[in-house]
Design a binder for this molecule. Structure first.
Ligand code: APR
Length: 252
């Protein structure tokens, strides 16, 4: 894997590293991606009926039940060697910023200190009316596809909603600003397991390349980000990332 060795040299020599991840990062932990053929969530479910503000307004029980089912999946999985390799990069390259589109907490479980969640998290529900944070529900999660009435806000009585970003919603301003700032300052950006199709998140690797960073992509499939990647490492997160880290820091 000549490319891995060359990519590892760039990674080891970087002063500032950004690791940008998508659903493929968690695939080998057993978390479904969105657009993979057959298994992708948007291949099996209707995003318009589940992942928009209108969907929640029209049928809060359906939407809340679906996200509680996804949260129950996230509670049952563990980080894979790819997540552990990302935490190892942070240990070797102190100025590493992890930016994720994922709403699971597998980066945190693997030891990444403060990943930036551009699309929110399954673990930070809030009131849909007054936006006060709410405790994750202790109710038993529903089976796939079962409706569940959302809990009510203790403060205003409004319905509790998932703490994720839905289609048509703006990304949280501070995480987005921090992510763009990190992308403009980094020497190397690793983009892992994202189809690069959903904006503005998909712009992060493009911004990094525009500001002179070396972009390294890890994905078994080609994506639009091939165009900005100096290295396209074809393979999965849990296989390529550990090889990349051991090539970059051999004595580790
Ligand atoms: N390792 C690395 N990459 C993988 C693996 C793996 N084991 N398995 C699949 N992939 C790649 C696929 O080839 C694909 O390019 O991961 C990518 C997953 O793409 P998507 O399912 O589109 O997920 P993502 O890019 O994170 O989607 C972005 O879309 O629906 C919204 O909010 C949702 O955050 C999500 C956003």
């Amino acid at each position: 894997m000549v490319d891995v060795r060359d990519a590892a040299k760039a990674l080891a020599g970087a002063g500032r590293v950004v690791v940008f991840t998508g659903a493929g990062m968690s695939a080998e932990s057993g978390v479904p991606t969105f657009r993979d053929a057959l298994t992708g969530l948007w291949e099996r479910f209707d995003a318009q009926a589940l992942a928009t503000p209108q969907a929640f307004e029209d049928d809060p029980d359906l939407v809340w039940g679906w996200y509680e089912w996804r949260r129950s999946l996230a509670l049952r999985v563990a980080p894979n060697p790819g997540h552990e390799a990302v935490a190892a990069i942070e240990a070797h390259a102190p100025h590493t910023v992890v930016i994720t589109q994922n709403v699971d907490d597998l980066h945190e479980q693997a030891g990444s200190t403060a990943p930036i969640h551009l699309h929110g998290s399954l673990f930070t529900p809030r009131c849909a009316t007054c936006s006060r944070p709410a405790e994750p529900s202790r109710e038993a999660a529903p089976e796939e596809g079962r409706r569940l009435a959302p809990p009510r806000c203790e403060h205003c009585g409004g319905p509790i909603r998932p703490g994720v970003v839905w289609f048509g919603e703006a990304l949280p301003a501070e995480p987005l600003e921090a992510a763009v700032q990190a992308a403009t300052e980094c020497d190397v950006l690793l983009t892992i397991g994202t189809s690069g199709l959903v904006y503005p998140a998909a712009d992060i690797p493009v911004v990094a390349a525009k500001f002179g960073a070396t972009v390294i992509q890890v994905n078994p499939q080609p994506t639009p980000l091939d165009a900005v990647a100096a290295f396209n490492l074809t393979g999965t997160a849990a296989t390529v990332l550990p090889a990349l880290v051991s090539a970059a820091w051999p004595l580790s």
